[in-house]
Design a protein around this ligand. Structure first.
Ligand code: ADP
Ligand code: MG
Length: 718
């Protein structure tokens, strides 16, 4: 191409023939269902085509221009009409004798029949547009007409598509029933029919998913295999459950590393075990569950067995524990920490905020205290002396369980024998921080937990390097938060309810309008709202303010005052999302709720309904479009985080899920997260291939290996 077209292509990111081959159309216009002129119905949007006979432009009485082209095919004639596009006169006249495709509506005015054109398409010179073609529609740029683009893609597809090497091994292609790459590329641009287009899409979507899954397998192998193996813990279910079932015992036993393999870790075990194993010296000989004020739910038992199975292997656990807010992840984590302690190892749990760490320290401390297991809290907010004491206990191994914030991964913190690492609210931490905590131990087991339910397909992709456990059940007796969706004009109703609840001694959250993405703007907006509420609406109440622009210590201080009921109302931006437990808070008011996704709304709502009192959530939205209305109506009805997440994925796509953007996962251009079958297929095949040839070192996998590293490099900033 010449320099002008080259520059325009460059502005679309197209520098090479290869780029152009992979510059796929946004959509295809279906001209395969063209009607003949005689077949055209009245008053419906339809597409037809005809040879251009003559073209006339005139002025209507109201001063508009009116261009009429007479079109004909073997079945009849048609007057195609455009308004206010006088330049068409010249364009269409020059194309006389050629086919024109028009989409529009046939209408009758008195005894005249006209066809009002909505869009039209001049076929390439000399190239007859056959019926049965799907015409590609590309994203274009100023000065690069659709026709030029099609001429170019037609050219490169015809000459170069066949030369693109297929990186997928034939076995994989056959197993998944996929088109060869050159054919898929050609069909993506100029499909023979809808079926071929679907097959081409499927192939290219598979490629993306497969490469992501391979990348995840690589990450996982680096963690698990490249290193010598870690510690296989001894697990005795009778120490955990009051009555372990035979099936549970069997599941854990089946997972356990056989003695022979376990030999490899004896060295560490005996070192760690020197006088510190707690099996016999426990203060309380009852099973863990017996000391709790509740019994485990079936879902908690199931995931605990999965986790304990992992802990009983020498290959370090890499597991993601998902569970809706309030599903009881803390007790599960505590049981795992208990097992580590029994085996003479230390366990650590890292939370994203001080207040959460304190919360964990209190609840986990209480759960482990009967057994004489010592826990310490380590946060940045401690006084230097306390901190030093904590560090000493960690270093000597006296503290079997350590609970903390980022302070845990500071350089001056040394563990004596860290064997289990747990990350809470994992999306708040980067992969590096996770890794930093792991580095504190010798190939410790790792459990990451999240209260942000995401659909299974997304979890398998984003966290493809982790095994997945899901607590899909809430403890019994939870009351449903009564949710009311109101227009902004009915804010008074929400305030009345807040006032009434406060009068009964309860507390409330008010989540404020999120002005835009900018921190400082929304800080200003929430501050103004806080002042308005303090002065005009709740002058006799104690209000607190929380926003993302505040320092962590300031945030923690405000949260603490709210927790200790020194405040009645917390006015906040979306920072309140992280799992704070204030059982006395019973009302949440969310302003401009239409700006949030369902999953995020669900996170907000999870802050209330945590105590014995009936709780309420008001979602206010001034004027919501149809999509937002659908969302809010769903939110009012459904309180299952996973179901909401699936709706969110369907309605808003994956970009809105917390953690997706930070996850460092390549962006999907073709694949769709709603395609469960293809995602699972890609994952299964990736795992199988990787297991048969880790790191893809066999010569026949060289093209795939190379493609894999290019795929990840292209997306991930190093
Ligand atoms: P999350 O999964 O959000 O971290 P938590 O672990 O904080 O939830 O648990 C929420 C509340 O439920 C806590 O007060 C906890 O004591 C309680 N809980 C946990 N498991 C059970 C259970 N099996 N039965 C009854 N209550 C439970
Ligand atoms: Mg929690």
């Amino acid at each position: 191409v010449g320099p002008t077209v080259a520059a325009r292509l460059r502005s679309l990111g197209i520098h090479t023939v290869g780029d152009l081959l992979f510059y796929f159309p946004r959509e295809h216009r279906d001209y395969s269902k063209l009607l003949t002129i005689a077949e055209l119905p009245f008053d419906e949007v339809v597409t037809t085509r005809g040879l251009i006979w003559e073209v006339k432009t005139s002025r209507t009485s109201s001063g508009r221009t009116r261009t009429v082209a007479t079109l004909s095919d073997s079945t009849g004639r048609l007057s195609a009409v455009w308004f206010n596009q006088p330049y068409l006169q010249k364009q269409l006249s020059e194309a006389r004798g050629e086919w024109l495709v028009v989409t529009g509506v046939k209408q009758r005015f008195g005894n005249k029949v006209t066809f009002t054109v909505r869009s039209h398409e001049l076929p390439e010179k000399g190239e007859l547009l056959n019926t049965g073609i799907l015409v590609p529609v590309y994203s274009l740029t100023e000065g690069l007409p659709a026709r030029t683009m099609r001429r170019l893609t037609r050219w490169v597809v015809d000459r170069y598509a066949a030369l693109v090497p297929d990186h997928l091994p034939p076995t994989i292609r056959q197993a998944a029933g996929l088109l060869p790459l050159p054919e898929a590329i050609a069909q993506m641009h100029y499909p023979a029919n809808e079926e071929m287009l679907a097959a081409a899409r499927r192939r290219l979507a598979f490629d993306e998913l497969f490469l992501i899954q391979l990348g995840m397998q690589e990450r996982r192998t680096r963690w698990q295999r490249e290193l010598p193996s870690g510690q296989a813990f001894k697990v005795d279910l009778a120490r955990i459950f009051i009555e372990p079932t035979p099936a549970e015992r069997e599941a854990v036993q089946a997972a356990a590393t056989p003695e022979a393999e376990a030999q490899g870790v004896q060295g560490f075990r005996s070192q760690a075990a020197a006088g510190t194993t707690l099996w016999t010296s426990l203060a309380d000989q009852r099973p863990f569950e017996a000391t709790l004020p509740f019994r485990f739910t079936a879902a908690q038992r199931r995931v605990l067995c999965e986790i304990l199975g992992d802990l009983s292997r020498s290959r370090p656990m890499c597991r993601l524990l998902q569970g809706d807010v309030g599903s009881g992840k803390t007790a599960v984590a505590a049981a795992a920490l208990f097992v580590a302690a029994l085996n003479g190892y230390q366990g650590a749990i890292m939370a994203p905020t001080e207040i959460l760490a304190e919360q964990h320290a209190r609840s986990i401390g209480t759960m482990l205290a009967p057994f004489g297991i010592r826990t310490v809290l380590l946060t940045g907010g401690l006084r230097p002396k306390e901190r030093a004491l904590g560090r000493a206990a960690i270093e000597s191994g006296e503290a079997a369980v350590v609970i903390g914030t980022h302070a845990l991964i500071q350089e001056d913190v040394t563990f004596q024998r860290l064997g289990l690492v747990i990350i809470d609210e994992q999306h708040r931490f980067g992969v590096e921080q996770r890794e930093a905590l792991r580095q504190k131990g010798y190939h410790p087991h790792m459990l990451v937990m999240t209260a942000t339910p995401i659909p299974r397909t997304l979890a398998l992709t984003l966290y493809g390097d982790l095994d997945l456990s899901v607590i899909d059940q809430l403890p019994p007796g939870r009351q449903k938060v009564i949710t009311r969706w109101r227009t902004g004009a009915r804010r008074e109703e929400a305030y009345r309810l807040v006032e009434q609840q406060l009068a009964e001694g309860r507390q409330a959250f008010i989540i404020c309008p999120l002005v835009d993405e900018s921190e400082s703007l929304s800080a200003r907006a929430v501050t103004a709202e806080y002042e308005r509420l303090s002065r005009e609406v709740f002058p006799h109440r104690r209000l607190g303010l929380l926003h993302g622009g505040m320092k962590p210590a300031e945030k923690d201080a405000v949260m603490r005052r709210f927790r200790d009921h020194e405040l009645d109302i917390l006015v906040a931006t979306s920072v309140v999302e992280v799992g704070i437990d204030v059982p006395n808070a019973t009302v949440m008011v969310i302003e401009d709720a239409d700006r949030f996704g369902l999953s995020q709304l669900h996170q907000f709502r999870g802050r209330v309904g945590r105590g014995a009192h009936q709780s309420y959530c008001y979602v206010l939205s001034a004027d919501a479009g149809p999509q937002a209305r659908e969302r809010l109506a769903i939110f009012q009805e459904i309180d299952d985080g996973f179901k909401l997440a699936e709706h969110d994925l369907r309605l808003r796509g994956p970009g809105d899920f917390i953690g997706v953007r930070q996850s460092g996962m390549p962006e999907l251009r073709i694949a769709d997260f709603n395609d469960t079958r293809l995602i699972e297929e890609a994952r299964t095949l990736a795992i199988r291939l990787w297991e048969s040839d880790p790191y893809l070192q066999r010569p026949e996998h060289a093209p795939l290996r190379e493609h894999l590293s290019r795929f990840w490099q292209a997306f991930i900033p190093h």
